[in-house]
Each structure stands twice: as structure tokens, then as C-alpha cells.
Design a protein around this ligand. Structure first.
Ligand code: HEM
Ligand code: HEM
Length: 176
């Protein structure tokens, strides 16, 4: 039986982690850049966001195929239940957040770019809808900080407090 997640799952997990840092930083620090750099910063944000969406859906499909490797020593049933619920929230949040972003950009009805490519948009702006989606996007993004913080704290609790192999199962394999 496997003792770690597959290399694909581990690779996607840490790639998404890096992309999330870049996506958040692009928005949080955009005010420090001159106006002329804004289009590039926005493109970095949406390109990372779209990549996160694709990777989260991919990893969810991969996860349905491969069971998570067992945690040793086995945690209490309540801890296992909480972590399943937590992972479900992480999946839903980081699929819904970029999806809302895409629908928002589409309905702005003006040119926008991802990966250097012009993306499709509605013929006319739907300002009311865009305002609602913008609020949702901001709220979920703020919730994301909290959820990822809890997720990382839980991983560290497993490693340092319960001293099980939860974190090691998600660490890249050492070269032999
Ligand atoms: C997981 C992926 C994503 C994360 C973590 C994320 C996070 C954020 C954050 C933190 C902000 C700043 C909110 C604020 O001003 O308080 C933001 C704004 C924005 N995001 Fe995202 N986002 C993601 C994906 C996307 C995607 C895929 C798109 C579009 C394709 C997008 C489009 C936007 C736009 C246009 C804004 C600026 C809204 C405005 O102030 O006019 N985001 N995002
Ligand atoms: C410091 C940051 C992080 C640490 C230490 C960490 C650690 C871990 C660990 C140890 C696991 C395995 C948990 C288990 O099987 O019970 C895991 C799973 C997971 N992580 Fe993270 N993670 C971090 C950041 C992130 C980020 C940014 C995301 C963003 C989406 C994420 C999404 C997930 C998901 C969805 C799973 C569930 C995997 C499955 O389907 O079984 N993690 N993480």
C-alpha cells in the first residue's frame, strides 16, 4: 500500500500553493506599482487564477481515482472527519473563486488578457452582475486566507503535536 500521495498529487499540491501566493501578492501589492504596470499585474493575477482552477479540478479528479494514503498512527475519527470536511471546503473555495473571477471578467464586456492571449467577453457590460461578482470574489478571497491558514496549521499540528505522517505524505520524494 502507498505511504505517500502520488508524485502527481504532490507536484500539483505545491504548484497550486505557489500560484496562490503569486495570485494573492499580485492583488495585495498592485498599489505599489505604476499605473502602466497594472495590465501586466492583472494578467499575472488572472493567468495564475485560471491555472489554479484547472489544477484544482484536475487534482479533484485524480483524488477520486487514488485514495489518500493512510495516516499513521491513525488519528481520532473526529480529526479525520474534520479534515475531510476541511479539504472539501478548500476544493470548493478554490474552484468557485477563480470561476467567479472568470465570469466577472467576461461580463465586464471589455478586453482582457490571460497568458498573453485575448480572452472572450460579453458584447455589453453587465455592471450590476459584475458588482455582485466582485463582492463575492473579494469575500471568498478573504475567506481563502483564513481557510489556508487553518489548513496549514492543521498540517503542522499533525506533524509536531500528534506526530503522525500526514505532512510527510505530502512532501516531495527524496532522490534515492
Ligand atoms: C484562486 C484564484 C484567485 C485568488 C486567490 C484571487 C484573489 C483575489 C484578491 C485577493 C483580489 C483583491 C480583492 C480586493 O480588492 O480586496 C482579487 C481581485 C480580482 N480578481 Fe482575483 N483571485 C483569483 C482568481 C481570479 C481569476 C481567475 C480572475 C479572472 C479571470 C480574477 C479576477 C480578479 C479581478 C478582475 C480582480 C479585481 C477586482 C477589482 O478590484 O476590480 N481573479 N482576486
Ligand atoms: C503551508 C501550506 C500548506 C501545507 C503545510 C499543506 C499541507 C497539506 C497536507 C499535509 C495535506 C495532506 C492532508 C491529509 O491527507 O490529511 C494537504 C492536503 C491538501 N491540501 Fe494542502 N498544504 C498547504 C497549502 C495548501 C494550499 C495553498 C492549498 C490550496 C488549494 C492546499 C490544498 C490542499 C488540498 C485540497 C488537500 C487535500 C488533498 C486530498 O484530496 O486528499 N494546500 N495539504
Amino acid at each position: 500500500m502507498r505511504t505517500k500521495y502520488t508524485s502527481l498529487q504532490i507536484g500539483i499540491h505545491w504548484l497550486v500553493f505557489l500560484l496562490i501566493i503569486v495570485a494573492y501578492c499580485a492583488m495585495e501589492f498592485r498599489g505599489f506599482f505604476p499605473r502602466t504596470a497594472r495590465p501586466a499585474i492583472n494578467m499575472i493575477h488572472v493567468s495564475c487564477g485560471i491555472s489554479i482552477l484547472v489544477l484544482m479540478v484536475t487534482r479533484l479528479l485524480v483524488r477520486l481515482k487514488f485514495r489518500a494514503p493512510p495516516i499513521q498512527p491513525k488519528p481520532k475519527a473526529m480529526v479525520t472527519g474534520m479534515s475531510h470536511l476541511g479539504h472539501l471546503v478548500v476544493y470548493l473555495l478554490f474552484i468557485a473563486l477563480p470561476l467567479i473571477g472568470i465570469v466577472m471578467m467576461y461580463n465586464r464586456g471589455s478586453d482582457w488578457f490571460a497568458f498573453g492571449l485575448a480572452m472572450p467577453h460579453a458584447a455589453e457590460s453587465k455592471f450590476d452582475l459584475v458588482d455582485v461578482l466582485k463582492e463575492w470574489h473579494e469575500t471568498l478571497a478573504n475567506l481563502g486566507y483564513f481557510v489556508i491558514g487553518l489548513h496549514a496549521a492543521a498540517a503542522l499540528m499533525h506533524h509536531y503535536f500528534w506526530k503522525d505522517n500526514t505532512l510527510l505524505r505530502m512532501m516531495p520524494k527524496k532522490r534515492s
